[in-house]
Design a protein around this ligand. Structure first.
Ligand SMILES: *Cc1c(COP(=O)(O)O)cnc(C)c1O
Length: 362
């Protein structure tokens, strides 16, 4: 059992069995007498991990054969550039719902400016510090692609379903991948860093519909071309073996615990419990529009007039072995990240701490 309640936004809590297997594999990988970080990646022992990991992705998310699963370098941040390099020809639209979305847009704008293409925000919630997800905007049908960030890790807002889109739809799902079921066929590209919900830092994932590739006229650097990694089975160069190993173990844990649908139900239960307490407790208030509240990152602040208690509550939570509750440095307040591996007990402990704190201040 973990000794602390981990609410870190990323890297985040991982399932205990995945960590146990990782420790074993560091000592002796599959009886080879070598560590998983010593063995050559061109061996059948390693290739079987790659194969298992790919097929678990396909099984857990019901990924159709039209799409390829890739394990890539550079995190989600390099993913911003992967998207632009592979798909941007003339014009791309972005839904600007937070800092990550802005960073994704910046890369497309910058790259596009080198060959006369444009990227712009189709809609934005910047004017209210990204506390909601815009609705009612129209997606132009002449875009090369439309980019969304399905969960806004910093602001605690989330798109709760798969949107209809007249052009290829691209989604940064760094912080909600595998937290809910989704219809992969609606997306041209889904990508993200592993370290929020599916593994440790060091590997990124991309689910790419093959028929959207090969349509741009500019040069794509070899390492930034999805086709390189499709052809190379995500082993064009040496893959981050340890990160992929732990990701595979994390996916095995998801499967053993009922798959993505079961994760979704548990996640909903955890989020409902916590939001109910935020709404009930006179000392706290939520910051995101209620309809767009994230199931993964629960953002809240002290209620009006109670702001001075913020540091005291953080210290109180810390004394109850809770870590990672401080909000992102750009927004302040609190953020409880309650990803798949965060147990219901940790959420219950946080709710109890909030109640006790309220009693103390009466
Ligand atoms: C954390 C995060 C990123 C950045 O991920 P890196 O792997 O650190 O580059 C991008 N988008 C979202 C939505 C995130 O939560």
């Amino acid at each position: 059992m973990k000794k602390v309640h981990i609410f870190n936004a990323g890297p985040c809590i991982l399932p205990e069995p995945a960590l146990e297997s990782a420790i074993e594999a560091l000592k002796d990988f599959k009886g080879t007498g070598m560590s998983v970080i010593e063995i050559s990646h061109r061996t059948k022992e390693w290739e079987s991990v790659m194969e298992e990991c790919r097929s678990l992705w396909k099984e857990l998310l019901d990924i159709p054969d039209t799409h390829e699963v890739l394990f890539l370098p550079g995190g989600a941040s390099l993913g911003f550039l992967f998207v632009a390099y592979n798909l941007l020809e003339k014009k791309a639209g972005y839904l600007e719902t937070g800092v990550w979305a802005k960073k994704a847009l910046k890369e497309a704008k910058g790259l596009g400016s080198t060959f006369g293409a444009q990227a712009y925000a189709v809609a934005s919630s910047a004017e209210t510090t990204f506390n909601y997800i815009p609705e009612g905007y129209e997606i132009p049908s002449d875009l090369d692609y439309f980019h969304i960030t399905t969960n806004n890790t910093i602001y605690g807002t989330e798109l709760h379903g798969d949107i209809d889109c007249p052009v290829p739809l691209v989604a940064d799902m760094s912080s909600d991948i595998m937290s809910r079921t989704l219809d992969v066929s609606k997306y041209a590209v889904i990508y993200g860093g592993a370290q929020k919900n599916v593994g440790p830092a060091g590997v990124a994932f991309a689910i790419v519909r093959k028929d959207v590739l090969g349509k741009v006229s500019h040069y794509i650097p070899t390492m930034l071309d999805y086709r390189t990694h499709i052809d190379g089975g995500s082993m064009f160069n040496t893959p981050p073996v340890f990160a992929i190993f732990v990701m595979n173990e994390t996916l095995k844990w998801i499967k053993a615990n009922g798959g993505v649908k079961a994760m979704q139900e548990r996640n909903r239960e955890k989020a409902e419990l916590l939001y109910a307490e935020i709404d009930r407790n006179s000392l706290f208030r939520g910051t995101a529009a209620v309809k767009d509240r994230s199931v993964m990152n629960v953002c809240f602040v002290m209620a009006e007039g109670k702001e001075a208690l913020q540091d005291e509550f953080l210290a109180f939570a810390k004394s109850r072995n809770m870590v990672g509750l401080k909000g992102h440095r750009s927004v302040g307040g609190f953020r409880a990240s309650i990803y798949n591996a965060c147990p219901l007990e940790s959420v219950k402990a946080l709710v109890a701490a909030m109640q006790e704190f309220e009693d103390l201040k009466k």
